[in-house]
Design a protein. Structure first.
Length: 590
């Protein structure tokens, strides 16, 4: 029987020592960590806790003897190309400390370099995130990085700050003593003590990944996708890097002469989101929990693990991810959304619906070889339905698992189409269109999926902007950039007028049925006039037939401008539901 031994040792450091080891490259970030730092407010809180002498947690390092690929902290080269210690836990803290103490840039969540600026007020020892007012106020050190990055001794730093304050007004001896004491305490944070637990070099990559997961699974920071990304970093770091590169490019608009990229106007995905698509397509699973064990090489029947089985499963993931990151697949899928009337991320109420629709697009295109023109309409229709019904709002993994299970017995493209159409038909019954949908439109939420479906339907139907000859779809083009939005949501019954009638409940005033898209000059011109006053004036600008068609596309009941407000809301919700249904039905297969 083998004897179990403790696989780590406790080592004490002061912060200056840790920073020195990062400077020369002895401490580095392994690929089992995400490269993002905290928001500035969290870094501020970290410094406040250290300044007050509070404990701020330990670090977990791994002795590195493999010489494997690692990520360095900060931007720029290092003296040592291979790190002696790799950070397993505590990367966010240490990266943040390094960025502030060295004044170095780090990567943010959008994969862009940025500076972390934390301000300090010596008079009362307060930390804050720097803003314009703080930068103008001589009472503050707007960026504490300058204290250490300047290389000046503490007495020079204190002397310079006191001189700066004296220019504003005379300081008492007591003020000078307090400010000097607080600045010295801030300067000495570089001596702050830390404890690190160092995992022995004899522990292999899979065990380190397991330790990392066990440590973080007690909190809420990581989910099942993060666990899988951890395994990818250990066993397939190229794949993990490919995910991060794709996500970075999705956030950066390319220049005219740049090669094709993942950039789009719908979603800036994170690695874990694309991983869900790969798992759904490659493993036919919506739940990620079991996939983590499968990728570790576990036989789900015997419970035994094997490297061979692990390699086989990673090969499945590798093939699936290649299809997910294929730019042709990606942009063809996004064109399904455009074809369904959705123009940008501002009309997407559920990213889960979008991502799972992408998985179905890949399944239809690659597994069932459905022709592209049929697939475009089917997936656009599927996304429209999933968004409208909130299909993946509650327990999305469970619902997706059920949807994928329905496809396991499907043999061909016709069966694939029939399965998705059957699911939609079961959800979108006549009662849904005539009862449920009008009821759901009784809302004041600006992020309502029914509202987005209504606008998408107007795009599909070629609706003009209300009181305009221009098309809604043209003015919602995300490529149009101007100081003022081309379209604005206008109260058909203006707020000020409703309040003059004794209606002051904002939820009642801001009902979806009280809004329509107008060009901003019209919105300003109408102002706070009663509908019965401004509508006849606007009507004179349009022929009778054009005016009637515009009312139909904007779900306006006959004589709406003279109706009682609550009656108008009820009647318009019914007509909005009709428009949404018409838009959806235009996506039926030809």
């Amino acid at each position: 029987m083998s004897e179990l031994k403790t696989c780590f040792k406790k080592v004490d450091y002061d912060l200056s020592g840790l920073l020195h080891y990062i400077d020369i490259g002895d401490i580095a970030l392994p690929d089992i960590q995400r490269p993002f730092v905290w928001y500035n407010a969290k870094v501020r809180d970290l410094f406040d806790s250290m300044y007050r002498g509070f404990p701020v947690g330990y670090f977990l390092f791994w002795e590195n003897v493999s010489g494997g690929a690692t990520k360095q902290i900060g931007v720029g080269g290092k003296q040592h190309s291979i790190a002696r210690l790799l950070i397993v836990d505590g990367q966010q803290r240490l990266t943040s400390l390094f960025a502030v103490f060295r004044g170095r840039k780090v990567l943010d969540e959008d994969y862009k370099e940025r500076q972390i600026e934390v301000a300090f007020r010596p008079r009362d020892g307060k930390f804050e995130v720097a803003d314009a007012a703080i930068r103008r106020d001589p009472e503050w050190i707007a960026n504490i990085s300058n204290i250490w990055a300047s290389g000046k001794p503490s007495y020079q730093m204190v002397k310079g700050f006191l001189k700066q304050l004296e220019a504003k007004g005379e300081l008492s001896e007591q003020d000078e003593e307090l400010i000097s004491h607080n600045l010295d305490r801030l300067f000495d944070l570089q001596k702050y003590p830390f404890t690190a637990l160092e995992i022995a070099s004899s522990v292999d990559e899979e065990q380190v990944a397991d330790i990392f997961v066990r440590i973080n699974s007690e909190g809420v920071r990581l989910n099942q996708a993060d666990f899988i990304l951890t395994l990818m970093s250990v066993f397939w770091d190229v794949g993990r890097m490919a995910l991060e590169t794709f996500c970075r490019h999705s956030r950066q608009a390319p220049s005219p002469d740049s090669p094709p990229s993942a950039f789009n106007h719908f979603i800036q995905p994170d690695p874990d989101q694309l991983l869900r698509v790969a798992v759904a397509y490659g493993f036919e699973r919506g739940r990620l929990k079991s996939v983590y064990q499968v990728l570790r090489g576990k036989d789900m029947d015997t419970g035994l693990y094997s490297p061979e089985r692990r390699d086989q499963q990673f090969e499945t993931l590798r093939n699936a991810q290649a299809e997910v990151l294929n730019l042709t697949h990606w942009h063809q899928f996004l064109s399904c959304l455009i074809g369904a009337g959705f123009r940008s991320g501002g009309m997407i109420s559920s990213q889960s619906s979008l991502l799972y629709a992408y998985a179905f697009y890949l399944i239809g295109r690659l597994r069932f070889k459905l022709s592209e023109h049929k697939l475009q309409r089917l997936i656009g229709r599927w996304f429209y339905a999933a968004s409208l019904t909130g299909r993946y709002t509650s327990s999305p993994e469970t619902v997706m698992d059920g949807d994928l299970n329905r496809l396991k017995l499907v043999k061909d493209a016709d069966g694939f189409v029939a399965t998705l159409e059957g699911i939609m038909a079961n959800e979108l019954t006549n009662d849904f269109w005539t009862v449920t949908l009008p009821s759901n439109l009784d809302s004041s939420s600006a992020r309502n999926p029914e509202l987005f479906a209504y606008t998408a339907a107007q795009n599909r139907l070629g609706a003009p902007v209300l009181f305009s000859h221009k098309k809604v779809s043209d003015l919602l083009d995300p490529a149009i950039k101007s100081k003022k939005k081309a379209l604005e949501r206008h109260h058909l019954f203006p707020r000020a007028w409703l309040e003059s009638q004794g209606i002051d409940d904002l939820k009642r005033i801001n009902q979806l049925a009280n809004f329509a898209l107008l060009e901003w000059p019209d919105n300003i011109e109408i102002s706070d006039d009663a509908p019965s006053d401004y509508t006849p004036k606007v009507q004179t600008r349009f022929p009778v037939g054009e005016w009637a068609l515009m009312h139909e596309h904007h779900a306006l009941p006959d004589g709406w401008h003279t109706m009682a407000y609550d009656t108008f809301l009820v009647e318009r919700r019914k007509l909005m539901a009709v428009i949404i249904r018409k838009g959806f039905e235009t996506l039926k297969a030809l």
